[in-house]
Design a protein around this ligand. Structure first.
Ligand code: URA
Length: 441
């Protein structure tokens, strides 16, 4: 029977369950332009209201994965692993996790994204390193993964192109916030990267897209179930985003924070705990260790021995950055013209932080985009961010601001001060709320 896209749209609109063939035909047609943008947007809206069950989500994920090339790493003699975070503020985990995992004899071809809304993006962070190319040719990408163990790059044109086109339509048709579509979108890109193992950092709280535990669990369960059914061994860790994870937020400042973390000069405790938890879960699934404790030890040793720092440094150099970046980052990372302390309005203890607003303060400084075409200012943001439970006063700062000019500094200071609350009881949120394992989703 001839395939008619309008029949698939109408079936989903009326609450029907689509067959694998219907989903594949629809996505193939969209990729090859025999399904129009209008039909794809109507399809997204039908899914938005009627949802998809797990089987349909797996079919959609695989169809979008197969819309472009799927990487093959069979020449490597070790597990191919990656992490995906649902996004937060001061979330520079990937910069440390990829080299830690590479130092533990796994391969990490990490395909990362740019900032979205109030959240930072790994690629924008790497762009603050002069010369670093996030879009190497395929040969350099493969060579870097093979020889160094990790390469952090951006999405290439031929990786899940159907997702890129559908996401652009969803973005302007009010159809982003749907678990079926989000699951297939995230996983199609990860599956196209040819992974054996995936660990997901699903963020929850005031700086996350998922504000409640129920929402975070719903997304984590969907991602874990669909990824495993599609053939990639996957677990999710639900982690707290009710305050920035690192004490820095802003692209170059988070790179500096990551290098200090890798050298051991300064390690934010919450960042260390989340990074090691994700590493340990990955190493366990990759069978590099027999239990989580052994994974924590292996990852911790990779860090303290300097091996992870060495992988990071070699990766930066291989992808075009300075050979001595980690030794001389003060020379290479641009410094903002205005650097000054931000003080609390009164004396007290920080009880909660509107973390999304901290991210928006970074955007207001120019560290994120207002329009998709905006250029990012890599020098701006905050460091020395105070944490929930810290005592502050009119002469004890809540952060240090890095700004391009006085106008943006004044606005960002106002936004940051309003985001820090000193009233009531201090919030107590578990850093690691839950781990969802492959067979539990
Ligand atoms: N990130 C993605 O890659 N896709 C979504 O749909 C949402 C967030």
């Amino acid at each position: 029977m001839v395939f008619l896209p309008q029949e698939v749209i109408a079936k989903k609109r009326d609450g029907g369950k689509l067959t694998n063939k219907e989903i594949k035909n629809f996505i193939d047609g969209f990729t090859h332009k025999s399904v129009s943008d209008a039909q794809a947007a109507a399809f997204a809206m039908a899914v938005y209201f009627q949802h998809m069950d797990i089987e349909e989500r797996v079919a959609l994920t695989k169809a979008m994965r197969d819309s472009g090339s799927v990487l093959d790493w069979s020449e490597l003699n070790g597990p191919v692993v990656d992490k995906h975070s649902t996004g937060g503020v001061g979330d520079n985990v990937s910069l440390m996790l990829a080299p830690i995992l590479a130092a533990c004899d796994t391969y990490v071809p990490m395909i990362s994204g740019r900032g979205l809304g109030h959240t930072g993006g790994t690629l924008d962070k790497f762009d603050s390193i002069p010369g670093y190319t996030a879009t190497p040719d395929n040969a350099l990408f493969r060579k870097t993964v093979k020889e160094i163990g990790c390469a952090i790059i951006g999405q290439t044109d031929d990786l899940a192109p159907a997702d890129r086109a559908l996401y652009a339509l969803r973005d302007v048709t009010g159809t982003v916030e749907n678990i079926s579509l989000i699951t297939a979108s995230i996983l199609s890109k990860k599956l196209a990267a040819g992974l054996d193992i995936l660990v997901l950092d699903v963020k929850i709280g005031s700086g996350a897209f998922m504000k409640t535990k129920e929402d975070a669990q719903g997304l984590a369960n969907s991602l874990v179930k669909v990824a495993n059914d599609a053939g990639v061994k996957t677990a999710a860790i639900i982690t707290d985003m009710n305050e920035p994870l690192a004490s820095a937020a802003g692209n170059g400042l988070e790179v500096r924070n990551a290098v200090d973390f890798l050298t051991g000069k300064a390690q934010d405790k919450r960042l260390l705990d989340v990074t090691l938890a994700l590493a340990a879960q990955t190493l366990l699934m990759a069978k590099r260790v027999g239990n989580i404790e052994a994974g924590l030890k292996m990852a911790g040793d990779a860090l303290s021995s300097g091996e992870a720092l060495d992988r990071f440094s070699r990766m930066v150099t291989a992808l075009g950055g300075p050979a001595d970046f980690v030794e001389n980052m003060d020379r290479d990372l641009e410094v903002a013209p205005i650097i000054r302390d931000v003080f609390a309005k009164e004396t007290g203890t920080i009880t909660s932080i509107l973390t999304k607003d901290v991210g928006m303060a970074v955007v207001a400084l120019g560290g994120g985009r207002r329009m998709p075409t905006d250029k990012i200012d890599h020098a701006v943001g905050f460091d020395r961010l105070a944490r929930i439970g810290d005592k502050v006063a009119k002469n004890v700062p809540i952060a240090r601001i890095h700004a391009r000019d006085e106008t943006s500094a004044a606005e960002a200071i106002q936004r940051l001060s309003a985001a820090y609350h000193l009233d009531g009881e201090a919030e107590q949120n578990p850093l690691i709320a839950q781990t969802i394992l492959p067979d539990e989703s």
